[in-house]
Design a protein around this ligand. Sequence first.
Ligand code: ATP
Ligand code: MG
Length: 299
Amino acid sequence: NGTSRDRLRIAIQKSGRLAEPARALLSACGLSWRESRDKLFCYGESLPVDLLLVRDDDIPGLIADGVCDFGVVGRNELNEQAGARQSIGLPAAYQELRALGFGGCRLMLAVPEAWQWSGPEQLQGTRIATSYPAILAQWLQEQGVQASVVELSGSVEIAPKLGTADLICDLVSSGATLAANQLKPVQTLLESEAVLAGPVRRFEDQRAQLAAMLLRRMDGVLKLKDSKLLMFRAERATVAELTRLLPDAEPLTTLAGSEEGPLSLQTMCHGAVTWQRLEELERAGAQGLMVLSVERSLA
Ligand code: ATP
Ligand code: MG
């Protein structure tokens, strides 16, 4: 529906794995709401951006129907519903705008531990239980394999034991659930994480500017996620070696320093700065190492 609105509405999971990280990300983008965690709707205070708290399954549909403008949802859920739409001839209604770096998991095939996995052709004629029938069906088609897809909404991992399927296609993060059910993962169909989803159509009202601002802030937050500002002193002669130890950092900037004596250096490091790395840098000649958190950046 093309109703014009001057407030932006974002759907996030009400409770579950993506609920807290989604709120934290949006807070870091400068959004705040009149707290009402147990309600469905949170009214935006700092900006005209409201939250709708829903089940993750409902998020793609809310975007498709124009009820919400954005959503934070797993790529697995988004692609599944996009695939389901496509398979019944509906046009694409949403798109992945940003990968958000949390909620990471894989959609995988898992077989009974006793199986010797030799590749997709082994699936010919099998029954595969899954909550992701569209993604699985599409993948099977790409592999040129015929297998029957048994759609289950939950507890997919017990299907082989119950005899309702030979193997499963399910989300895996640690693999503990699979192991507890004597299954082993053998093939990845999708690398998933939480994503920001939005409509395929453009906003033609106030929402366009709001959406652009939100995306720009989000890019700033995502870029800084693991970034730290690193400050230290070092003799000129050690700079080459220190630079080699910082492949994930920006080029070193010299802050000050006389002709002789140590240089004062700083750099933004985008990878994790562990104690071990600091100790390595120290051994290579860095002195007075300081690691600073970066609050915000529009770079
Ligand atoms: P809802 O009540 O909102 O429908 P849910 O049970 O469907 O909740 P969660 O279990 O909270 O959803 O998972 C939400 C998303 O978290 C998944 O769609 C997936 O993208 C991601 N995720 C990360 N790791 C895992 C995992 N090990 N198992 C399931 N989902 C995972
Ligand atoms: Mg769900």
